[in-house]
Design a protein around this ligand. Structure first.
Ligand code: GLA
Length: 370
């Protein structure tokens, strides 16, 4: 394993443990997690591998195969920038339960594709430290700690979707998660058995304002919930009555969140019934709602979705936070090349940078490699 070799070369001995945690795509349930709602992600085959040996002092030495050079040495928890923040944040959240460590990181999540490489990094490191120090955290506790690192240390007010997917997913399954109770269930998702494939269309675009818009959406939802007198938009039962009491953007955001939660439940119903090829309509409806009500799509995502459907996809939608990143398309295997051609052609017509296509097979959540 090349991360072990890099670790040995830098620190002079083999690591005590090696953990791997994956990135994710979200099948459906977008911008519902911080509204106490439902999500249905699955882990992708790409992820982050963390090789770690604890130290007896509080120094953290860090190297990444994706950032060539000498290991970075971090004393205390406040001196980091860039990718190292996600690692140091996990140490900071663990507080005096851990000391420092020597760490080597290797990752193969396509950068900028919106497949949650940062959550994979946090969960890989947190899982390894949990293991090394015998902390006894459950996968959900590891996800929550990783989310806290991202919220409180990195400063991104994300929900629990990405970290939970990375920590809890199982191969061949999607993870149904209730973001309020944190109850979860892995639901079989055997697309190949139905002659289907999930194609990730990476727009290779990430709009700069994404983080600010994310925080704004979250604040709008919280404000709408306050006006409606409910703890979270998850609790809206009479949508028509709720919409009567709201205006402007808050009205649109509420419309999206409430209907998206219903789409998650409907999609699970179809999966349970074995009607996998019928989920496409729900993916399409989710995309329209994210585009028109939640307003987090982008021209590149919209063109990818439209062209995928034109090329023969059963359904498609943007996935993740939006403003760039990736779309997913549910495609009969015999239409894969026609979908790719359709999207590539449409991108050329619009003068967009060529997209990247990645096949997504539901992969395994965090696990120890050595
Ligand atoms: C980002 C966040 C998640 C979630 C999605 C939108 O990926 O990190 O917590 O809110 O956006 O569903």
């Amino acid at each position: 394993m090349r991360v072990v070799e890099a670790f040995r070369a830098a620190y002079g001995a083999a690591p005590q443990t090696v953990w791997r945690a994956p990135g994710r795509v979200n099948l459906i349930g977008e911008h519902t997690d911080y509204n106490d709602g439902f999500v249905l992600p699955f882990a992708v085959p790409w992820g982050v591998t963390a090789a770690i040996t604890p130290r007896t002092d509080d120094t953290i030495r860090l190297l990444s195969l994706q950032a060539p050079g000498e290991p970075v040495t971090i004393a205390g928890h406040d001196q980091s920038a860039g990718w190292t923040r996600y690692v140091v944040g996990v140490f900071a959240m663990l507080g005096d339960r851990v000391r420092g460590a020597d760490v080597a990181i290797d990752g193969d999540v396509p950068p900028g594709a919106g497949l949650s490489s940062s959550a994979a990094l946090e969960v890989a490191v947190a899982s390894a430290l949990n293991d090394l120090h015998g902390l006894g955290m459950t996968p959900m506790e590891i996800a929550l700690l990783s989310q806290k690192a991202e919220n409180d240390f990195v400063g991104m007010p994300c929900g629990i979707l990405d970290q939970a997917a990375s920590a809890l997913c199982e191969e061949g399954h999607a993870l149904f998660l209730d973001c309020r109770s944190l109850g979860s269930r892995n639901i079989p998702l055997d697309l190949a058995a139905h002659g289907l494939s999930m194609l990730i269309i990476d727009t290779q675009v990430h709009h700069q304002h994404a983080d600010g818009e994310y925080a704004k959406r979250r604040a709008e939802c919280e404000s709408a919930a306050r006006k409606l007198g409910v703890p979270a938009l998850r609790d809206v039962t009479d949508l028509a009555a709720a919409l009567d009491r709201l205006q402007g953007d808050e009205r649109k955001r509420t419309m999206h969140v409430v209907t998206e939660n219903h789409r998650v439940e409907a999609l699970i119903g179809l999966l349970r019934a074995g009607a996998v090829s019928e989920i496409g309509a729900l993916l399409n409806a989710s995309h329209l709602s994210l585009r028109d009500q939640y307003e987090v799509s982008s021209p590149e995502l919209d063109v990818a979705v439209e062209a995928a459907i034109k090329g023969g996809a059963r359904g498609a939608r943007m996935t993740g936070g939006g403003f760039g990143g990736s779309a997913i398309a549910l495609v009969p295997v015999d239409r894969l090349s026609s979908v790719e051609e359709s999207v590539t052609g449409a991108y050329a017509e619009h003068g967009f940078q060529a997209p990247r296509f990645l096949p997504a097979t539901p992969a395994r959540g965090a696990h120890r490699l050595a």
